[in-house]
Design a protein around this ligand. Structure first.
Ligand SMILES: [Fe+2]
Length: 547
């Protein structure tokens, strides 16, 4: 049985980056986003390249796919039909008879439900409450902005869906726009901008916070029942969520306040809403395990606040596949569960789910560039270069699925001097100077470096640092950091490199600003050519610019 899961939303201008996952009988999972091969950042177009790459991995043809599943819940709507039509036309263009694909009847699963499935499958919990929040999706044919689910022994039961007019994702996205970034991709910048307002006077902070309370959907009327059900008993201040930058409430904000302060108030508001909501869920249900999923939970600082408040008394899991790209995997997992009653993935599995490339491919790609290429001991060479203050690209094995470089497509440098943050921002990533980087920390060192350290392998959870002054390249102005905590068996070669440079390294995804993360050796070599990086290590080769 070969299952092809797709996450794709028409029209593509919604900015959800399209992804595809393939799952077989032996639980082999391959997953990749269209952007990695189209080289268009956040590509939301039809995933023809990603589907082809999935098929190539196992030398399959479209006709060998047994089931096609989609994680958007749009079967009765025009957009769902359009996906089906596009799949048929792609099949036809690829030389297959349209009718043979039509007979496969793509299955369209509900959106929030599939967000819930990915988080549940990866968490390892048997019984859990799942809180899902995002910009919007469709379940039971109705648009919504999140939901709550109870999961037990594999089954997931929806309890309640949240209406679109409560969309925390769209509201935070609209504020992201007035801060000068782009909705659906700039929310992380808003989160990072927020602490820059820490020195503003308290009166201004109080005023803008009160203003922000009138903008965000009012969750205060939300009550969680003892059976996990949710009722909305309060009066909502507004009928509709803010989704437009033309909204008068937003225009007023923009006129009255600096963007740093706007970002600060939005971040505080979303944190307060979630903490209030989770408090009620914990108190009323007595549940011991909670999973957080949906695109809202890319907000690592909000996750940190939830972890700080509740992590000492209940088990929390923040899903690294929480945004819509993860629904390609979720749709395939759901189908696998429907067919077998089993979950094919292990808790906290590594996310190295994309393509790998042989040394022969590296050499063949390098022939097209005027670089010096040397076969080396990659671990020793990486340690030596990083310790000598170099910024290097590190390209090994299968690519990571999702937006983070977790040690297979990463740019690395020392974490111990602020100059490395500046160098990587200015000369390599070419992005704003105030933006911090994430570290990778080996598990054995994490308790020494982080306050209340807990296992967090995916860069989805923030922490406060015990001694921020020791690691200025990976610490933000508020003393927080967003690490990948690395166990040796998750990525043995990368672990050796991090251990070799003191147990902590600056690790940012291997790409330039505006580019998707590199997928192939050719992409990595192009990035070396177009940046001021010192060198890259691809598989067993050191590649340097000729001087
Ligand atoms: Fe979503």
């Amino acid at each position: 049985m070969n299952i092809l899961g797709i996450s794709h939303l028409e029209p593509s201008s919604f900015g959800h980056y399209t992804s595809v996952a393939m799952l077989d009988d032996d639980s082999n999972l391959f997953a990749i986003s269209e952007e990695r091969y189209s080289r268009i950042k956040n590509d939301g177009g039809y995933p023809s390249k990603a589907i082809q790459i999935c098929l190539n991995q196992k030398n399959l043809r479209l006709e060998n796919i047994d089931k096609i599943t989609v994680g958007f819940g749009l079967e009765k709507q025009h957009m769902g039909k359009k996906i089906e039509e596009k799949f048929c036309s792609y099949a036809k263009d690829s030389g297959f008879k349209k009718t043979s694909i039509e007979r496969k009847n793509p299955i369209f699963y509900d959106h929030q439900y599939i967000h819930a499935r990915t988080g549940y499958a990866l968490s390892g919990f048997k019984k859990a409450l799942i809180i899902c929040l995002d910009g919007g999706g469709v379940d039971n044919g109705e648009p919504n902005s999140g939901g709550m689910f109870l999961a037990d022994s594999g089954d997931i039961q929806p309890i309640k869906y949240f209406p679109m007019y409560h969309s925390l994702g769209l509201t935070y996205g609209a504020i992201t726009e007035i801060c000068g970034f782009t909705m659906s991709e700039g929310e992380g910048k808003t989160m990072t901008l927020a602490p820059m307002a820490k020195n503003c006077n308290e009166e201004d902070q109080e005023k803008i916070y009160q203003h922000m309370c009138r903008i965000f959907p009012n969750f205060k009327g939300t009550n969680v029942k003892s059976n996990g059900g949710v009722t909305f008993t309060g009066k909502f201040l507004h009928d509709t969520t803010v989704v437009s930058v033309e909204d008068t409430r937003l225009l007023l904000l923009k006129r009255l306040y600096h963007k740093n302060l706007i970002a600060w108030a939005a971040q505080k508001r979303i944190e307060d809403i979630l903490i209030d909501f989770v408090s009620k869920a914990v108190e009323e249900t007595g549940i011991k395990n909670i999973i957080f999923t949906g695109g809202i939970f890319l907000n690592m600082i909000m996750n940190m606040k939830i972890q700080q408040k509740f992590g000492h008394k209940i088990n929390l899991f923040f899903n690294p596949l929480c945004s819509d790209h993860g629904n390609a995997i979720g749709a395939a997992l759901e189908q696998y569960y429907q067919d077998t009653g089993k979950n094919p993935i292990s808790p906290y599995m590594p996310l190295y789910l994309g393509s790998s490339h042989s040394n022969e491919e590296v050499l063949s790609s390098a022939n097209r560039f005027n670089f010096k290429i040397t076969k080396v001991n990659k671990i020793d060479t990486a340690i030596d270069l990083i310790e000598r203050g170099k910024v290097i690209g590190w390209f090994q094995g299968r690519s990571e699925f999702g937006p983070r470089g977790l040690g297979n497509r990463s740019i690395l440098s020392l974490a111990t001097d602020e100059k490395y943050k500046d160098t990587v921002n200015e000369k390599v990533k070419k992005r704003e100077a105030w933006r911090p980087f994430c570290p990778t920390i080996i598990e054995e060192k994490s308790e020494k470096i982080l306050v209340n350290s807990t296992y967090a392998p995916y860069m989805i959870l923030g922490f406060e640092m015990k001694n921020p002054e020791l690691y200025p390249a990976v610490c933000h102005v508020d003393g927080t950091t967003r690490p990948q905590i690395l166990k040796k068996d998750m990525n043995p070669d990368f672990y050796q490199v991090v251990k070799g440079v003191g147990g902590i390294v600056l690790n940012t995804s291997f790409n330039l600003a505006g580019d998707p993360i590199v997928e192939t050796p050719h992409d990595a070599l192009m990035t070396l050519k177009n940046s001021e990086m010192d060198a890259i290590i691809i598989n067993d080769f050191l590649v340097e610019k000729n001087k």
